[in-house]
Ligand binder design. Sequence first.
Ligand code: MSP
Length: 507
Amino acid sequence: MSSFYITTPIYYVNSTPHIGHAYTTIAADILTRHHKQRGEATFFLTGTDEHASKVYRVAEEQGLDPKTYVDRIAESWKELPKLVDADYDFFIRTTDEGHKRFVQDFIQRIYDNGHIYQDTYAGLYCVGCEAFKTEAELVDGKCPEHGIEPEWIEETNYFFRLSAFQEQLLELYDARPDFVLPRFRYNEARSFIAGGLQDFSLSRAGQPWGVPLPWDESQVVYVWVDALINYLSALTYAREGEDLRAQFWPEARHLIGKDILRFHCVFWPALLLAAGYDVPKQLFVHGYLQLDDRKISKSVGNVIDPLDLVSVYGSDAVRFWAVRAVSFGQDGNVTLESLHDRYQGELANDLGNLVSRTTAMIARYRDGRIPPAVEHSSLAAPIEAVRRDVPAQLDVFDLTAAAETIWTLVRALNKHVETTRPWDLAKDESRAQDLDRVLYELADGLRIATIALSAFLPRSAPEILGALRQPLDLSWDNVAPGRGVQAGGIGPAAPLFPRVDAPTAAA
Ligand code: MSP
């Protein structure tokens, strides 16, 4: 059985989640559900990054000791996946004992392998990025990502010999052209490596919050190193008594936003090589959800709370909109109007009406029983496209294209209703066979679209299959014509996506 291991970045807990964070979690969940349908063993990891200096500072500002603070706020981060129906396998917190132990073991290996040395470093540190910045990276003296002035830091730290891994990383990139997707991100990472790599400080002095270095407890592990290791540490303690590394490493696929490309596409593989581990299978770098061309973020102050959207439109609609509003991998502007329009136009009208019409016609014209299967469906082409293209599109993380392929089938089904006019066929007894055929094609086509959509719409899909009295077997093998069960007892389905009036209801 093949294995599919997917991760989201672990989120900083210096504030609460917004829709930009939900975005990656939704994408990871869709991919996991789809791979499950293909019969693969899946593992979906998400969690929180708790040892950042900015987390420590927020706790201080609130007069709390950092552990009390993170324990409290971690709860609202655990709600995020639930809110969008993301069915993760493990929620890692970097303050977990199992993680801390593993981090120490991991960097001890790097130390023992001779890739760490002591040196003094002075530079500008952006607490937003949790990274040192060069003058050239600043705009008007500020970090362009966070709009804050970096702080001058001078410390004697332990350094990781990243520069020594340049050749090995280039070889890796050359041998595996799909190591990083999309291609333009691969090029970005590769040219960063080719441009020369500088050693970086792997520890912080004088900071009490973090994982102590095993060989010098006066320093803690640099938060980015601590955080990256989560992808591996989780596998060692997520299931008591089991080491999931045997099954899932190096099968990892990391989903990340473009702001954290270097850490993941350069630092992380180098750290793994230094510690004697295989590098992950693949990284996919997505773009930003933006409002008026600005990244949705706490520091810009334009956040959208996913809770507000889900409470008005439901989690399926938010998931669907997230992958359809912006081509996955690109940046794109989103608006509440676009969510409303997709909800109304695509979910309520295209899909919701199709379910209502199909079930109502089967109820009325065939006493609630799906007619016998037909040999060659008129919808064979869009069905075949779903069966063949959706897995291929999801293999390259093109969630947007996969959703469009399925929607082409949904639209074809609606068109089939319009062109065959079952209500006219029903008036003519001599056309009973034609009506049988059309009703079967609609029921079976809708069943197929629904199974394919179940990764995107995990709440609605079982409802639709239920309305069609079909078994709740979401296996991808069932995405094939003619497998519909000739079920009876079908009545007109209740509306799946009830009307929502104002597009700004969630604002
Ligand atoms: N803690 C680090 C990640 C460590 S992973 C080993 C971090 N956390 S974060 O909370 O700041 O960001 C987490 C992810 O959310 C990043 O991938 C980031 O790109 C993503 N997003 C935050 N805002 C976003 C949008 N507006 N749009 C899309 N994704 C965005 O970085």
